[in-house]
Design a protein around this ligand. Structure first.
Ligand SMILES: Nc1ncnc2c1ncn2[C@@H]1O[C@H](COP(=O)(O)OP(=O)(O)OP(=O)(O)O)[C@@H](O)[C@H]1O
Length: 253
């Protein structure tokens, strides 16, 4: 098997006496969409936070493209190409749609002020055109001058996706991309994520909506009480009795 893009190896995470993650092993292959599902409190967000450096694991390692990223700061991991979108407080409602898309690219580019004015203007123009490209990609170009505060929930999610894509990720972590969306917006988002995937993007998606999961995932890992209780193709997971049991009383898979 080729080297996985992301390799989570023997990870434990405790909060006091609570074992939120227990011996997690997970490999994400290049160009695939891998869904992580599980009932409330299963440990999905904790796992994502360990992967992006927001939480240190108590044991084990996370390896991204052969580099051990455990112990690195979130911004370093982000610079390496791991981009998390959705459920982030990164939108500025008083700025325009285009200005919001430019922000993460500014931060990523060098994080420093440029003293050369001509260069600064050239950089600004280039970023604007990049922002327009990604806004067109997510279907928001016609809203580029609008203030973000006035966007619908679905459009805000599309904006967040453009803010992720402008960072040119090598791995996209999608945290409940359709939470709270109408069915129409959900379906539009599914189509958009399919389009991005067709370009070879590697995606990890945490999602409660099984319609979204089964529309997008190549592989699914099921977490329950901090452990991976099943992993496989959507067909394998759909028929797995352990998974049905974990969801009993909740969403049916
Ligand atoms: N910072 C924290 N301090 C203490 N306990 C925490 C902390 N973060 C999460 N937990 C606990 O760890 C367990 C896993 O939580 P986590 O948020 O990872 O689950 P989840 O699968 O993402 O749930 P949901 O689907 O409801 O978002 C839960 O019991 C939760 O209460």
């Amino acid at each position: 098997m080729s080297q996985p893009v992301l390799d989570v190896s023997d990870v434990d995470k405790n909060f006091g006496g609570l074992r939120a993650l227990s011996n997690i092993n997970l490999q994400i292959k290049q160009g695939t969409t891998h869904a992580i599902i599980g009932p409330n409190g299963a440990g999905k967000s904790t796992l994502l936070n360990v992967c992006i450096g927001r939480l240190p694991p108590d044991r084990g390692a996370v390896i991204f493209n052969s580099d051990v990223i455990t112990g690195r700061q979130p911004h370093e991991i982000n610079q390496m190409g791991v981009v998390r979108v959705f459920q982030t407080p990164a939108i500025f409602p008083d700025l325009s749609v285009k200005q919001n898309v430019m922000l993460p690219a500014f931060a990523k580019r060098d994080g420093a002020f440029r003293l050369n004015m001509m260069q600064a203007v050239a950089d600004q123009r280039q970023l604007e055109s990049e922002a327009e490209h990604w806004l067109e990609d997510v279907g928001l170009l016609s809203h580029q001058h609008q203030l973000v505060g006035s966007l619908s929930r679905g459009d805000k999610r599309r904006l967040e996706l453009a803010m992720g894509l402008i960072q040119k990720p090598r791995l996209l972590l999608l945290d409940e991309p359709t939470a709270g969306m109408s069915r129409h917006d959900t379906n539009t988002t599914i189509e958009l994520l399919k389009k991005i995937k067709l370009r070879g993007m590697t995606e990890v998606i945490i999602e409660h909506d099984m319609h979204v999961v089964f529309s997008l995932a190549d592989r699914i890992s099921v977490l329950a009480q901090g452990q991976i209780i099943a992993e496989g193709t959507p067909e394998e997971i759909r028929g797995n009795p352990k998974v049905q049991e974990a969801y009993l009383g909740g969403t049916q898979v």
